[in-house]
Write a protein that binds this ligand. Structure first.
Ligand code: 5GP
Length: 191
């Protein structure tokens, strides 16, 4: 029998697909940071009814929490890009698998991502959505790997700047495993 895809060894150590991960950002820190971002967005967009565009699949948990931390009127829509599959390295090629349904012309758009790594996905999203002529467009990303980012992007709302290592949990997967973990775990290179 192969080992289970997700194994809990202790409160802060797990294996995903046989590889060791440890807690990196716990649920309490995530919750308070998301609250802060929601409050900032509520202030910055008062009277503007922004539309949050979630990038599937990874961003859906962050988006659900962020939207409830926003106290002003806002809308939501989704887009989907091709993913890593079961790889841990960014493939660098981005494809659209689902486009947004909403008409964003003249709207205030906030793109909601789980993580900006090389930045190529976000560059593609910004290029694609800017053709619809939104009134404004900003990015909210839960995580940013600054050391890995190859393109110049303005990231207005960033949850955490993180090390250039692979992470899972809080919506982020490793080959579809680990999205439902409440904390963010990082690959444990020391093991
Ligand atoms: P980028 O185009 O910026 O290189 O990568 C963006 C996408 O790659 C993210 O939306 C996410 O799906 C995936 N990704 C990048 N880094 C990680 C990581 O450390 N863990 C996981 N699970 N996915 C990642």
């Amino acid at each position: 029998m192969p080992p289970p895809a997700l194994e809990h060894h202790s409160e802060d150590r797990i294996s995903v697909r046989g590889e060791p991960f440890r807690v990196y950002i716990d649920r309490d820190r995530i919750r308070s940071r998301v609250e802060e971002l929601g409050e900032r967005i509520s202030r910055d967009y008062r009277d503007q009814r922004p539309i949050l565009i979630g990038v599937l699949n990874g961003a859906y948990i962050f988006l659900a929490d962020l939207m409830r931390a926003i106290s002003i009127d806002c809308e939501v829509d989704f887009m989907k890009l091709s993913s890593y599959g079961a790889e841990k390295i960014s493939s660098g090629s981005v494809r659209s698998l689902k486009e947004i349904d909403a008409d964003i012309t003249g709207r205030h758009v906030i793109i909601v991502e789980d993580i900006v790594d090389t930045g190529l996905s976000m560059e593609y999203i910004l290029d694609t959505l800017s053709r619809e002529r939104p009134a404004s467009m900003q990015v909210a990303t839960m995580l940013h790997k600054a050391a890995a980012t190859k393109v110049d992007l303005e990231l207005r709302y960033v949850g955490f700047e993180i090390d250039n290592l692979f992470v899972v949990g809080y919506g982020l997967d490793y080959g579809q495993v680990g999205r439902n973990l409440k904390d963010i775990f990082i690959l444990d290179a020391s093991v």
